[in-house]
Design a protein around this ligand. Sequence first.
Ligand SMILES: Cc1ncc(COP(=O)(O)O)c(C=O)c1O
Length: 413
Amino acid sequence: MGRADFGKLLVEEVTRIDRAKVSKRRERVIEGFTKDRHPRAIIKGRPYLVVNSNDYLGLRHHPALLAAEAEASEQYGVGPGAVRFISGSMKVYADLEEAVAKFHGREAAMVFSSAFAANLAVLFSLIKGQSKDSAVGGETLVISDELNHRSIIDGIRAAGLAREQKAIFPHLEPEVVAKILADNRGKYRRGLIVTDGVFSMLGEFQDLKSLRAIADRFDEDYPEGVWLIVDDAHGIAASGVTGRGTEEVTATRADVLIGTLGKGFGVDGGYVAADQRVIDYLREAAATYIYSNPVAPGTAGAALAAVKLVAGREGRQLLKKLAEKVTFFKQELAGTGLQMAADSSHPIQPLLIGKPNEATRITGELFQEGIMVTSINYPVVQKGRDEIRIQLAASHGRAEIEELVEKLVKIHR
Ligand SMILES: Cc1ncc(COP(=O)(O)O)c(C=O)c1O
């Protein structure tokens, strides 16, 4: 098979994806945002209400963040120039890491170009060392929720463990984790329980309290203990009175916490927060940190401003506003006959549609009506559980939520 044939095969694959109606590449191109209190995206000159963004607190247009970004770019230039340990480590990264660690009450934190990059490297490095000389061996049992995010799955896959070292537990069923740990006693040096904090399809919180108790119960049964690793990309800066996410909602603490700066914080980049010894090790081992640039200094500056803002009074106010918007949306929906796929208290509100074509028809018609919202279809969700994923934000006005519900009712038959 020559290059031309492989090219043909690629066309065939894209055609297959198109036929299955799961294509992603025809992205809507946003030309800008309106400049009002409740910014709308402008597409082909027309404003659209955005209810499919992870910018839960509406921070991406915040003047303090824009100013911090400009200031950091002015001070350091628009790019890092090199990876951190070569010559790209600017004070703004160190300040951001200190702020992230403080926000989560941890000894230290480390910033990556994205949470995806953080998960890949953190999981790989805690599962096994980077080389055969590493003191960190690969006798690890990994226990992962079946609906964990792709970046967690890829991080585990990258470590190339034997099948029996990877246990997948049924979604939100912590008691199975206890059984897995009991059954594998004496076989491995450490256990890693890995989970999303908030699951983004239904806005559900993981039962971290039970997982924490299980990790503690079996800790002594594994020579290097049982660790709880939580990726709370959708929870942090979106839920909990102070925005500490699933840890706050469940009153639990993970051993290693991964977060993103690109959702609730409104900026970009990812991070891990943990004990100093974990972070020291990761700076030596994490490939996506050692061999890949950090976010731009301007982005780090904006993220630092975002973390400080969320930690302060304005953050509390925005989180309260966001929670009020969630309550208001639920009130508006009550009595309309529209049904939710789950009773979520998170700004992710999944509207149950059930049929894939119907979900796509509704989101298409909503777009005609000036609303950007996304349908989530089988196989991402179970058959018959096709949904429209509504993502509320503190920056939505009540009038906009009313408009959303009114149009949903009109278009949904
Ligand atoms: C649970 C989870 N982890 C990681 C990510 C990736 O975040 P980032 O965009 O910072 O790579 C996401 C976003 O989709 C997510 O939902």
